[in-house]
Design a protein around this ligand. Structure first.
Ligand code: DHK
Length: 155
C-alpha cells in the first residue's frame, strides 16, 4: 500500500508565480502542485497537496493527517511565525514532519527568522524554491522506507 503524505500550504501560497517582486519565482502554484504530484508518483507516495489561507483549516488538516498520513510536509507561510495552534497540532503528529519554505527565510526580514513550526519539524528546507518541495518529498520517502526497514528487522 502506498505511503500517504500530506503537503499543506498556508496563506498566499496560491499567489506564487503572480508575486510582482519575484520572491517565490515565476512558477504558478498549480504547476508546482503538478510537479509534486508527478514526483510523488515516481517515489510511490500518495500525495494530498492542499492550500488554505485559514489557520483553523490548516489545524483541521494536521489533525486529519494524524489519522491518515505517514508523513507531513508543511509550508505554513506567514503563520509559521505566529501560530501556536499549528505548532500544537504538529506536536500531536507522530511521523516525520518537514517544514518547507520557497525562500531563504533567514535572508529576509528578522520577523521571519523565528518559526514555531520548526519546534515540531524533523527537518527544514528553505531557499530552494519548488525544487525544495521535491527534495522534501524525496526525504520523507527515504525516512519512511528506513522506518519500515527498522520495523521489519525488529519483527
Ligand atoms: C512563504 C510566505 O508566504 C511567507 O510568509 C514566508 C514562505 C516564507 C516561503 O518562503 O515559502 O515568510
Amino acid at each position: 500500500m502506498p505511503r500517504t503524505v500530506f503537503f499543506l500550504n498556508g496563506p498566499n501560497a496560491n499567489l506564487y508565480g503572480l508575486d510582482k517582486n519575484g520572491t517565490y519565482g515565476s512558477e504558478s502554484f498549480a504547476s508546482i502542485e503538478t510537479g509534486c504530484q508527478a514526483h510523488a508518483t515516481e517515489l510511490g507516495l500518495a500525495l494530498e497537496f492542499r492550500q488554505s489561507n485559514h489557520e483553523g483549516v490548516l489545524v483541521d488538516w494536521i489533525q486529519e493527517a494524524r489519522l491518515r498520513a505517514d508523513a507531513l510536509i508543511i509550508n505554513a507561510a506567514g503563520l509559521s511565525y505566529s501560530s501556536v495552534p499549528i505548532l500544537d497540532a504538529l506536536l500531536a503528529f507522530d511521523g516525520p514532519i518537514i517544514e518547507a519554505h520557497m525562500s531563504n527565510i533567514w535572508k529576509r526580514e528578522s520577523f521571519r527568522h523565528h518559526s514555531y513550526v520548526s519546534k515540531a519539524a524533523t527537518g527544514v528546507i528553505a531557499g530552494l524554491g519548488a525544487r525544495g518541495y521535491r527534495l522534501a518529498l524525496t526525504a520523507v520517502a527515504q525516512m519512511l522506507e528506513e522506518a519500515e526497514e527498522v520495523k521489519s528487522q525488529a519483527s
